[in-house]
Design a protein around this ligand. Structure first.
Ligand SMILES: [Zn+2]
Length: 342
């Protein structure tokens, strides 16, 4: 049996800075960053969206070779079939309660469909490792159900990074409408979302992510976006310890303002289409988010914001977020008090 592929899975809510973190982690010579892998079959190989290298998903050499390797490992699989499996097993629709119920049922009484999903997903990571020649993969899909399911794969050595960003920053980001522009990485127009919708989504995804990490406390860490951009060296050192990687060179590059190259993430934030990224903190919401929206955030998710170490006032350069939390501290910290200052 081939050696397990180490996967660093970024879990949490969207608009939290995962494209930045994916690129930073992928700058290590042993690591390949693939963006939101959960969307590869639908966005990359079905809708033929543009890869970060500038080529279409079906024309990018990297993803073409990944697909060949995937099909070689699971000849019975098809792109359409895998998308259908994803819809049934890992993707959220509505409140996501149906998928959660299905996942729990599969946990105790797995069906052939569930086994097929696991086999095809594992083959995908193996093919990426083979194609890239890298032993570690960063997947910034964020979907908590996918994160939980990866733990079922014997061929995957999973590390979870729960990336959290202040809900008010996420609400501000989701208030912006985006026009479709394929070259900029926006396949479809994105409509603005209300503060209530965004904060409900943020809460739901982060609670699921925290629970997922709770069951893998030795292989998971929580990282706040605000801590990462304020003190990348300390945060990367902490994360590197969990992943068995030395990120000191990357931290120095970030602090020096050097750009980090983006390779082939197929889906994710439009930042990936710029060819490279630099560490540039985004604090726009502090000046521009209306007071009414801030109040909605605090009323609906103040308890979780407090648990993640946020206060009514925006987080500045504070002490870093927690090191890998203990079981008790995870529960206690998640639901009752700050984890940021431990
Ligand atoms: Zn590409």
């Amino acid at each position: 049996m081939s050696e397990a592929v180490r996967v660093i899975y970024i879990i949490g809510a969207g608009r939290s800075g995962s494209t930045l973190l994916d690129t930073v982690l992928a700058s290590h010579p042993d690591v390949v960053g693939v963006g939101e892998l959960v969307n590869l079959h639908s966005a990359g190989w079905t809708s033929n969206e543009v890869c970060a290298c500038g080529k279409l998903g079906t024309e990018c050499d990297f993803w073409t070779r990944v697909r060949e390797g995937w099909q070689r490992r699971v000849p019975e699989a098809t792109v359409e079939g895998y998308v259908a499996l994803q819809k049934r097993i890992e993707l959220f629709s509505g409140l996501g309660l149906v998928q959660l119920a299905r996942m729990l049922r599969q946990r105790f009484s797995p069906t052939s469909e569930f086994h097929a999903y696991l086999r095809q997903t594992e083959a995908l990571y193996q093919s990426i490792a083979e194609t890239s020649g890298k032993s570690i993969i960063v997947d910034s899909s964020k979907n908590p159900i996918r994160g939980a399911l990866l733990a079922h794969l014997r061929g995957i050595d999973l590390r979870l990074v729960h990336l959290v960003r202040d809900a008010r920053a996420v609400v501000w980001s989701r208030k912006k409408a985006l026009e479709a522009d394929q070259k900029s990485g926006v396949q479809f127009p994105i409509k603005p979302r209300s503060a209530l919708y965004s904060v409900a989504f943020w809460t739901f995804m982060n609670v699921l992510a925290a629970l997922t990490c709770l069951f893998r406390r030795r292989q998971s860490q929580r990282m706040r976006y605000e801590d990462f951009v304020a003190e990348p060296q300390a945060q990367l050192e902490r994360l590197g310890r969990m992943c068995g990687l030395d990120y000191s060179t990357t931290a120095q590059a970030l602090l020096a303002g050097q750009p980090l190259k983006v390779e082939h993430p197929i889906a994710g934030n439009r930042m990936r289409m710029k060819g490279s990224v630099t560490l540039k903190p985004d604090w726009e919401w502090r000046d521009r988010l209306p007071g009414r929206d801030r109040a909605v955030c605090w009323l609906c998710a103040g308890w979780l914001l407090l648990a993640f170490g946020y206060g009514r006032k925006p987080v500045g350069k504070q002490r870093s977020a927690s090191a890998s939390p203990s079981w008790f501290a995870s529960v206690w910290g998640c639901f009752t008090r700050s984890t940021a200052n431990r």
